[in-house]
Design a protein around this ligand. Structure first.
Ligand SMILES: O=P(O)(O)OC[C@H]1O[C@H](OP(=O)(O)OP(=O)(O)O)[C@H](O)[C@@H]1O
Ligand SMILES: O=c1cc[nH]c(=O)[nH]1
Length: 217
């Protein structure tokens, strides 16, 4: 698996990460979701450079020119709930993409070993020979994305697999490295230090789903 960190545009990316992480600023839900969306758009812009393009001719009212456009839009799949705002950035960038949605959530116990991933919803488009972008802002243990990938892989063979996360922990990166196809790509806004005993990313930003939508019962 190839890992790309979005440090090419620090002037744009770092202020967004700062606002996402700051405990005071992140209390503003509208801003938190908008920042995830903006980061998603920037990651999409980087990722788009690697997708195959073809030249098409456009006739304007004044003349002709050639424009390179994607051969086919990628397929976007996001993990509910926290994925929604981050996904919107990708959907803004790839505005003709087919999209899929999978519900997956962590049920936390006393410690990281008791963590369980439950899945309760999946609506998937056809992925045959398509470029797949799997979108989830937080890559902690990697348990959620691996379960999601298992479900996808049991039904389809995408042409390429891109995983996009706003913040990743080394533990999650390693887990994906072991289980994803060799020619997969991981795009992250930041690669953080480690997981704590409750399997939260340190320094991370806290619980992305709760910050977007409030605590769930
Ligand atoms: O790498 P992992 O250890 O699996 O953790 C990451 C998962 O945790 C968050 O979702 P969460 O389970 O909190 O659900 P939510 O989006 O409904 O809040 C996040 O959006 C990921 O899906
Ligand atoms: O740090 C973490 C880990 C999992 N899910 C989150 O939202 N944050």
């Amino acid at each position: 698996m190839n890992l790309f960190q979005l440090n090419l545009l620090p002037g744009l990316v770092h202020p967004i990460l700062l606002q996402l992480r700051d405990p005071q600023i992140q209390k503003d839900r509208l801003r938190f979701k908008f920042n995830l969306e903006r980061l998603g758009f920037l990651l999409a812009a980087e990722l788009a450079k690697t997708l195959p393009v073809q030249k098409i001719e456009v006739q304007t009212v004044l003349g002709k020119t050639e424009i390179a456009v994607p051969v086919q839009p990628p397929v976007l799949i996001t993990v509910l709930r926290a994925g929604l705002a981050f996904y919107q950035g990708f959907a803004n960038a790839f505005d003709q993409a087919d999209s899929g949605f999978i519900g997956a959530y962590r049920v936390e116990g006393e410690c990281a070993e008791q963590l369980e991933i439950r899945m309760n919803y999946a609506a998937l488009p056809d992925l045959t020979d398509r470029d797949l972008i799997l979108i989830d802002p937080m890559l902690a243990t990697g348990g959620s994305l691996l379960k999601v990938w298992q479900l996808i892989a049991s039904q389809a063979s995408p042409r390429s697999v891109h995983i996009a996360a706003a913040i990743a922990a080394p533990e999650g990166v390693q887990a994906l490295q072991q289980h994803l196809p060799e020619h997969s790509y991981l795009w992250v806004g930041a690669l953080d230090q480690h997981l704590n005993e409750q399997a939260y990313i340190v320094p991370g930003l806290g619980d992305a789903g709760d910050l977007c939508f409030g605590p769930k019962l």
